[in-house]
Design a protein around this ligand. Structure first.
Ligand SMILES: NC(=O)c1ccc[n+]([C@@H]2O[C@H](COP(=O)([O-])OP(=O)(O)OC[C@H]3O[C@@H](n4cnc5c(N)ncnc54)[C@H](O)[C@@H]3O)[C@@H](O)[C@H]2O)c1
Length: 375
């Protein structure tokens, strides 16, 4: 059982508890309420029906946390997959779910006031680099308006720690490898990337102005069971099993730091548990991009081992026992040729670096895919 630190949110919940408990009630009942309301940390997971949010919620529940999940079940990809993920969570007694759009300011504010989470893992977002070329407003609604609504609610409820998903795509036009959180990232190549960079900037304002501790996590191409159908591994698997050719951009010479979902979740959990402190040696004369005089941190979470797309395809072919017919195409607008995460800060601060080999991760993905889709 996790013992909470005393802070305003915990004290407010303690106050609620003592005013609710009937003074004549049985001691056992009081203790149960005490445990439920005060001791068990209540974590809000946004995007809980999504790929990473679902896995994170499962891990939080498994370690005994009380989890409130929200998601608007957006139709960006098959909502049935989101409902099937949710069905795995809703049977758990410590999980509650509310279908809610984070762009709805009133409802977000009400949810925070009613649920009083202690910490927040904010993963809800409009994803996808390619979709942002044709649907820019979806990114403004979920990733900018929605993000401000989350920040405001965190400020109002004096949340102990906000952890939010950023993305490797913020590295944009950078070519210096590996990508480091200490590099300048002012040259995004898609609106999706620009909204994720904007999130980091907005978070810094709230950390500075209101001392809201925030940690931004730049995830690198996440894959694994229950993954998103718009991502390359999922698309390739479906096409190969259907006997259709696969579209291979940049003729397969793209390199990605593919990161297994369990490693991402481990990184999120460890950073969620570590509330950032101001960096006392930070200086405005030579500003470090990843820290601040405010309680603000950025980390990469990536496998630290880029893999060429052609190697990913060969690994997938082996797991499926079928050859892919490759349709070799040029680079797509908005895409970057390589991603490669420097995870030294993550490893130094939380003692963890992702390490799942692509062969193991792809095998687990294929096993899930075959069983979920019955193919
Ligand atoms: N999967 C990756 O490779 C990857 C890489 C980098 C960053 N990220 C980021 O990690 C986070 C989680 O990604 P994922 O792969 O699980 O994506 P996902 O699309 O599976 O999950 C996001 C969830 O957020 C929900 N959502 C979207 N807009 C919402 C809104 N306005 N209100 C409420 N819910 C909303 C969606 O319905 C979805 O279930 C996202 O912020 C994403 O940008 C993911």
């Amino acid at each position: 059982m996790t013992v909470p630190e005393l802070n305003v949110a915990t004290l407010a919940r303690a106050w609620d508890f003592w005013s609710l408990v009937p003074r004549s009630g049985e001691r056992g009942y009081q203790m149960e309420l005490l445990t439920r309301v005060i001791i068990m940390p209540r974590i809000l997971v946004t995007g809980a029906a999504g790929f990473i949010g679902f896995h994170l919620a499962q891990r939080l529940l498994a370690r005994g946390d009380d989890v409130v999940g929200i998601d608007n079940i957006s139709p960006y990809y098959d909502p049935q997959l989101k409902r099937d993920r949710l069905a795995q969570l809703t049977s758990h007694p410590k999980f509650r779910f509310e279908q809610l759009d984070i762009a709805d300011r009133e409802r977000v504010s009400r949810l925070f006031a009613n649920e009083r989470p202690i910490r927040v893992a904010h993963l809800a977002a409009q994803d996808g680099v390619r979709y942002s070329l044709t649907n820019p407003h979806a990114y403004v609604d979920s990733n900018l308006i929605g993000f401000v609504n989350i920040l405001e609610a965190c400020r109002q409820q004096r949340i102990e720690h906000l952890v939010y998903a950023s993305s490797s795509s913020v590295y944009g036009a950078n070519t210096k490898m590996p990508f480091s959180v200490h590099h300048n990232v002012d040259h995004p190549l898609s609106l999706y990337a620009a909204t994720k960079k904007a999130n980091e900037l907005m978070a810094h304002c709230y950390s500075h102005l209101y001392r809201l501790p925030t940690t931004g996590l730049r995830f690198f191409t996440v894959y694994g069971p229950w993954s998103r159908p718009d991502m390359a591994l999922h698309l390739f698997t479906k096409a190969i099993l259907d006997g259709r050719p696969i579209d291979v951009f940049n003729e397969g010479h793209m390199r990605r730091d593919f990161t297994y979902v369990d490693d991402i979740v481990e990184g999120v959990l460890r950073t969620l548990d570590r509330v950032p402190e101001p960096n006392p040696i930070w200086s405005g004369d030579a500003p470090d991009a990843a820290t601040s005089l405010a309680p603000y941190r950025l980390y990469n979470i990536g496998n630290n081992q880029p893999v060429e797309l052609l190697h990913l395809i060969a690994t997938l072919e082996k797991c499926l026992g079928r050859k892919a017919e490759k349709n070799l195409l040029p680079m797509q607008p908005g895409d970057v040729p390589e991603t490669y995460a420097d995870v030294d800060d993550l490893s130094r601060d939380v003692g963890f670096r992702p390490a799942t080999p692509i062969e193991d991760g792809v095998a687990k993905f294929v096993e899930w895919y075959r069983s979920y889709y019955g193919v």
